[in-house]
Design a protein around this ligand. Structure first.
Ligand code: NI
Ligand code: MN
Length: 227
């Protein structure tokens, strides 16, 4: 059993029978959060870049759960130095690592990555996961880029793409991204948290159905979707 749950904003929880993989756990201060940092399960925490709406509660959850943090090298160093998070794997773009739940590759993202205290977070990233025989791509905060065609080349069971616009690609560019990635299912992310990134997810889904072969899924925060 593999399920994906949107926890609001850009935070996602991927669960297998044995593992809970939490992405970008910004829950405290997130008006759309479906769970609190005190209760969310995690064996692994993936952090895509240094912005506060992604690093979020990483340190607190890592301390409470003992979860291993996987992020850009600069971010894992910062977490260790400033928050005493020592159970971490620092990586960089293009690198992959075998983990107890499967294989994780750090992919390109076009964005910025300054940490909450102004420290440089290195490059931002996305994640390509091979888990339970499925391939799942989290674009994380990024603009549209042509290399998405290569990321999709091995086939994708699901892709999670930002649609909020302003800070990331918006709904129109996400349609182009879907055409490049060709995922079986696609989930929107990084929208509706605050008015500047409000989007009509149902209009987006209708456009995805009309213009692409992907199945759009728009769960409410907290709703687990089987993959
Ligand atoms: Ni960001
Ligand atoms: Mn963001």
């Amino acid at each position: 059993m593999l399920t994906l749950t949107w926890l609001g904003h850009a935070c996602w929880l991927l669960r297998t029978d044995r593992h809970s993989i939490l992405l970008d756990p910004f829950l405290t201060g997130n008006p759309a959060a479906a769970l609190s940092a005190d209760e969310v399960p995690a064996d692994f925490i993936l952090v895509s870049h240094g912005h506060g709406d992604h690093v979020g509660d990483t340190a607190q959850i890592a301390h409470r759960t003992g979860a291993q943090v996987i992020a850009m090298y600069e971010i894992t160093q910062w977490l260790e130095k400033h928050h005493r998070v020592s159970n971490a794997i620092g990586m960089n773009l293009g690198g992959a690592v075998d983990l107890p739940f499967g294989r994780l590759k750090m992919t390109l993202a076009h964005h910025s990555s300054t940490l909450p205290d102004g420290s440089p977070g290195g490059n931002p990233c996305g994640f390509l996961l091979q888990i339970e025989g499925r391939r799942i791509y989290f674009a994380c905060d990024t603009a549209l880029f042509g290399d998405m065609q290569w990321i999709g080349r091995g086939g994708l069971d699901a892709a999670v793409l930002p649609i909020g616009d302003l800070f990331t690609m918006g709904p129109e560019d996400s349609l182009e991204a879907i055409k490049l990635l060709r995922p079986r299912k696609v989930f929107p992310s990084h929208y509706d948290t605050w008015p500047p990134i409000a989007q009509d997810a149902h209009a987006w889904a209708a456009n995805v159905r009309r213009e692409t072969d992907a199945e759009p899924l728009t769960p409410k925060p907290g709703e687990a979707v089987p993959l």
